[in-house]
Design a protein around this ligand. Structure first.
Ligand SMILES: *Cc1c(COP(=O)(O)O)cnc(C)c1O
Length: 386
C-alpha cells in the first residue's frame, strides 16, 4: 500500500487530521499557537478541570504513591485508592459493585468481550461509539445494528435473534449528535426479550440526572440498566473508565476482561482526582444549572438562525454543515475570530454530514455564547455565498 498517496488523498478531500495543541489548562479560555481562544470543544462540561480540591487530591496521592502504578490491577497495581474509587462509583450509581478501567474505550472493549461469546447476539445502536463497535468485533457474538434510537427497528432486530443470550447496548447521549437515547422504551424492549441492557453514559455522567448520576437516572430507569459504563475523562476531569452493576457481573468481568487484566493500572494521582470529583458531583448543582442555562442560550440562538437542534439538555450541539471542505472553512474562520470549535468529518461521521461540534461548559459566559453565535452566522453566510 502506498501510504504517501493515501495521505495525499486525505489532504485533497479535506479529511487529513492533525493534532492541534492547547497550551494551557483545559478551560473555557485556552491558548493555542500563542493566542487566546474561547474553547467550544471541550468535554470538561462542568468546568471542573483545575478545581483546587481535585488538583490537590492528585498531588497528595502522587506524593504518596509516585507517578507510576508499577503493575496491573490483579498483580501489584491496586492501591486502596483504586478500591475506594470502585466503592464510591458503585454507591454513586446505586449498584452492587463497580470496576475501574484505564479509559472508557478500554471499558467497552473489556466489558463487551468479557460478557459475550458465540451464544450471544449483540444488538447495538448504529451510531454507538467506536469503542462499542470495536468491543463487539472482539467476540464471537453476532452483532445486529439497529437504526439509531429507533425502538421499532430495535424490536425487529430482537425478533431475529437466534442465540439464547442477548446484549442490548446503547450510548446514553450520542457523542456526535447530543441526542438522548430513549432508555425507557429500550429497557422495556430488553425486559420483554429477556436481554441484558448496557448503557455507555460517557457524556451523561455528572451532567444529567439527580446529583449528576447520569442519563438513566434522568429518565428514571437507572434500576433497569444492567451494565452502567462510563468515563472519568469528561465531566470528571481525570482519566479512566468504569462499569457498575450486579456483583456477579462485575466479578466475572474482573476475571475475564482482557483490557482490564493485561494493562498496567492507573497511577494513584489520577485515581485520587476521580475519587475527589465523585465526592463533589452531588454538590455541583450550581454548575449543572449554569451549564443548562448555557445550553438553552446557545440552542435558542441557533433556532433563531433556522438551525435545527434536538433538546435543551445535552451540552453537545452539532451544527451540521454537510461538506468537509465547508466545515473546515467555517471552523478556520471561527478560529480567526477567536473561537475554537472542532470540525468533525468522515470517518467520525457519515459523508455529507460533516459538522461543527460545539460543546458547552458551565463556565462559559452568556457574552461568550452570544459572540460565538454572531461569528457562526457570518461563517455560514461566507460558505453560502461562495
Ligand atoms: C468518550 C467516549 C468513550 C471513550 O472514553 P475515554 O475515556 O475517552 O476512552 C466511550 N464512549 C463514549 C460514548 C464516549 O463518548
Amino acid at each position: 500500500m502506498d501510504f504517501r498517496q493515501a495521505v495525499t488523498e486525505l489532504e485533497q478531500s479535506s479529511q487529513l487530521r492533525i493534532c492541534k495543541t492547547i497550551e494551557t489548562a483545559q478551560a473555557s479560555r485556552v491558548k493555542h499557537d500563542d493566542k487566546w481562544y474561547i474553547l467550544f470543544g471541550s468535554n470538561n462540561y462542568l468546568g471542573l478541570n483545575g478545581h483546587p480540591d481535585i488538583t490537590q487530591a492528585a498531588v497528595n496521592a502522587t506524593e504518596a504513591f509516585g507517578t507510576g502504578s508499577g503493575g496491573s490491577r490483579l498483580t501489584t497495581g491496586t492501591t486502596p485508592l483504586h478500591q475506594e474509587l470502585e466503592m464510591e462509583l458503585a454507591k454513586f450509581k446505586k449498584q452492587d459493585a463497580a470496576l475501574l478501567f484505564n479509559t472508557g474505550y478500554m471499558a467497552n472493549l473489556g466489558v463487551i468481550s468479557a460478557i459475550t461469546d458465540k451464544s450471544w447476539t449483540i444488538v447495538s445502536d448504529k451510531l454507538n461509539h467506536a469503542s462499542i463497535v470495536d468491543g463487539s468485533s472482539l467476540t464471537q457474538a453476532r452483532t445486529l445494528r439497529y437504526k439509531t434510537m429507533d425502538v421499532v427497528d430495535l424490536k425487529k432486530k430482537l425478533s431475529k435473534v437466534e442465540t439464547p443470550n442477548t446484549l442490548i447496548i446503547t450510548d446514553g447521549i450520542f457523542s456526535m449528535d447530543g441526542e438522548i437515547a430513549p432508555l425507557a422504551q429500550i429497557s422495556a424492549a430488553a425486559k420483554e426479550h429477556g436481554a441484558l441492557l448496557a448503557v455507555d453514559d460517557a457524556h451523561g455522567f455528572g451532567v444529567l440526572g439527580l446529583n449528576g448520576r447520569g442519563t438513566a437516572s434522568e429518565l428514571c430507569v437507572a434500576h433497569e440498566v444492567d451494565l452502567h459504563i462510563g468515563t472519568l475523562s469528561k465531566a470528571v476531569p481525570s482519566v479512566g473508565g468504569y462499569v457498575a452493576g450486579k456483583k456477579e457481573l462485575i466479578d466475572w468481568i474482573r476475571n475475564s476482561a482482557r483490557s482490564f487484566i493485561f494493562s498496567t493500572s492507573l497511577p494513584a494521582g489520577t485515581v485520587a482526582a476521580s475519587l475527589k470529583t465523585v465526592e463533589l458531583l452531588p454538590i455541583a448543582d450550581d454548575r449543572r444549572t449554569r451549564l443548562r442555562n448555557n445550553i438553552i442560550r446557545l440552542k435558542s440562538g441557533l433556532r433563531e438562525m433556522g438551525i435545527s437542534v434536538h433538546n435543551d439538555m445535552t451540552p453537545i450541539v452539532p451544527v451540521i454543515i454537510g461538506s468537509a471542505e465547508d466545515t473546515l472553512r467555517i471552523s478556520e474562520y471561527l478560529l480567526e475570530e477567536g473561537y475554537f470549535v472542532p470540525a468533525i468529518r468522515p470517518p467520525t461521521v457519515a459523508h455529507g454530514t460533516s459538522r461543527l461540534r460545539v460543546s458547552l461548559m458551565a463556565t462559559h459566559t452568556p457574552f461568550e455564547i452570544d459572540g460565538l453565535l454572531a461569528a457562526l452566522k457570518k461563517g455560514l453566510e461566507m460558505v453560502g455565498e461562495k
